[in-house]
Design a protein around this ligand. Structure first.
Ligand code: ADP
Length: 445
């Protein structure tokens, strides 16, 4: 299922020790989301068009037929099980496929159909009778490039004449060779080597330039400069496409460099909310008492599945050992695991093989698992200044409209500092966090 991933260790492994805060690395988090996702993330919100060219009306489509794709490409789209364009695709595709080509900056959360949109645009722009690269797609990492390439290969299933090449580590082309494939998907360093340093293809003949996961890209040392260097060699007629899951000012500054006269579209993320969540805190003296609190809670309420968040790997593994010894079936997900191991853990948990998932901040954002009814903050989420991290709290506890079922959140408080964080969070969201007397836990049901 994760072809090409290899068994690369997470780079967190060497960088962090067990008792420093465990956090997600954006490239890995993005990859993990892609792999564990099951289908499209639907949104009830509307597309926001931020800037448009007054000379070319922006229209949207409700069907793939309306795009007038080559028939074998349309066949490939349907073969992937796509019946109708996703929300972002409805607006993005007519623009991406328009003639004359238009530049686009598109932002929407992961899972909304961006990759499928630009891959379709890439494939439909290729002229397979010309045997040189016409489309470049830059991804932030090896693994993400492979993921995109696999989507392209699937969609081009009935277009065997279109040739695809990966410009990633491990791929070698003998010096002096000219690349004849139509599409190159790769990381900026390798693309720069092949295109500029070794002249293996002609950048001035590129028709489409895609920058994927731009927010992850700028997070990686040197990538932004490499992208800009490649970009400088492209012809002015080249169509630029820029995709990002987030939309902060750093990403937008980068976008403005890469994409002249863009149409900018955004699909806002559905807000998470605490509305259906009953929130409690429990006073504990130390970690041992926190552990007993969890056991007590388990004794009195029927729980579907639970996720317990810890600050460090050390706490996570300590807690999992204790709970296992007491006969609970627990899974642990933390930063030292490889991507494959993380996927395996999440697959098992999703299948209900373990009832409890103990994790660190590697899982701070959205695994919407419907059966999860209890979230425990073994440690309160805090930022680098040891202040309340309200955003992370919301990601851990909150639910989007999709899985708006009622849930319970319990915060374990073992210090005045933790209590202060809890109060700050309560004030921030304006939602009461109730004191729970653990000897009397029946009251929470
Ligand atoms: P993003 O790039 O925004 O993360 P993807 O293009 O990877 O989103 O799409 C997310 C998931 O939805 C993938 O599993 C993809 O196969 C699927 N998908 C994309 N477009 C459609 C569609 N029009 N209909 C059904 N499923 C789709």
């Amino acid at each position: 299922k994760v072809a090409g991933l290899g068994l690369k260790k997470s780079h967190n492994q060497t960088a962090e020790s067990d008792d420093s805060p465990d956090a997600a690395n954006p490239a890995e988090a993005s990859l993990l989301m892609k792999i564990i996702r099951q289908g499209l993330v639907e949104s009830k919100l509307d597309i926001e068009v931020q800037r448009k060219d007054p000379n070319s009306p922006l229209y949207s489509v409700k069907t793939f037929e309306a795009l007038h794709l080559k028939s074998n490409l349309l066949k490939g789209v349907y073969d992937m099980g796509f019946n109708a364009p996703s929300k972002i695709q409805e607006t993005a595709l007519p623009t991406l496929l328009a003639d004359p080509p238009q530049n686009m900056i598109a932002q929407s959360q992961s899972g909304t159909g961006k990759t499928a949109a630009f891959v379709l645009a890439m494939l439909s722009r290729v002229d397979p009778t010309k045997n040189y690269p016409q489309v470049l797609c830059l991804s932030p990492t090896y693994e993400l490039a492979i993921q995109t390439g696999e989507v392209a290969a699937k969609m081009a299933k009935f277009c065997p004449e279109i040739k695809l090449k990966y410009a990633v580590r491990g791929e070698e082309v003998p010096r002096g060779t000219k690349i004849t494939d139509h599409i190159i998907i790769g990381t900026p360093g390798k693309m720069l080597d092949w295109g500029i340093k070794f002249g293996m293809f002609d950048l001035s003949k590129i028709k489409v330039f895609v920058l994927d996961e731009a927010d992850v890209m700028i997070d990686r040392q040197g990538h932004q400069d490499q992208c800009v260097r490649i970009h400088k060699c492209l012809p002015p007629t080249c169509q630029m496409m820029f995709f990002s899951a987030t939309y902060d000012s750093a990403v937008m500054e980068f976008a403005e460099i890469i994409v002249p006269n863009p149409i900018i579209i955004r699909l806002l993320r559905e807000e998470e909310s605490l509305d259906n969540i009953k929130q409690y805190y429990v006073k504990c003296k130390n970690a041992e008492e926190k552990y007993r609190a969890i056991c007590n809670i388990y004794g009195v309420i029927t729980i579907g599945q639970a996720i317990i968040f810890c600050h460090t790997r050390k706490t996570a593994s300590w807690l999992s050992e204790k709970m296992s010894k007491d006969g609970h079936s627990v899974a642990v997900l933390s930063g030292e695991l490889t991507v494959e191991q993380r996927i395996a853990v999440l697959d098992r948990f999703r299948a209900g093989l373990e009832k409890v998932l103990i994790t660190t901040n590697v899982l701070s954002r959205g695994i919407d698992i419907e059966q999860v009814t209890l979230v425990v903050n073994f440690d309160m989420p805090m930022d680098m200044n040891r202040k309340a991290d309200c955003e992370t709290y919301l990601h851990r506890i909150g639910r989007t409209g999709r899985f708006g079922k009622a849930g319970i959140a319990i915060n374990l408080i073992d210090s005045p500092q933790a209590m202060e964080i809890c109060k700050d969070i309560e004030n921030h969201f304006g939602k009461k966090i109730h004191l729970l007397d653990i000897e009397d836990a029946e009251e929470i049901e």
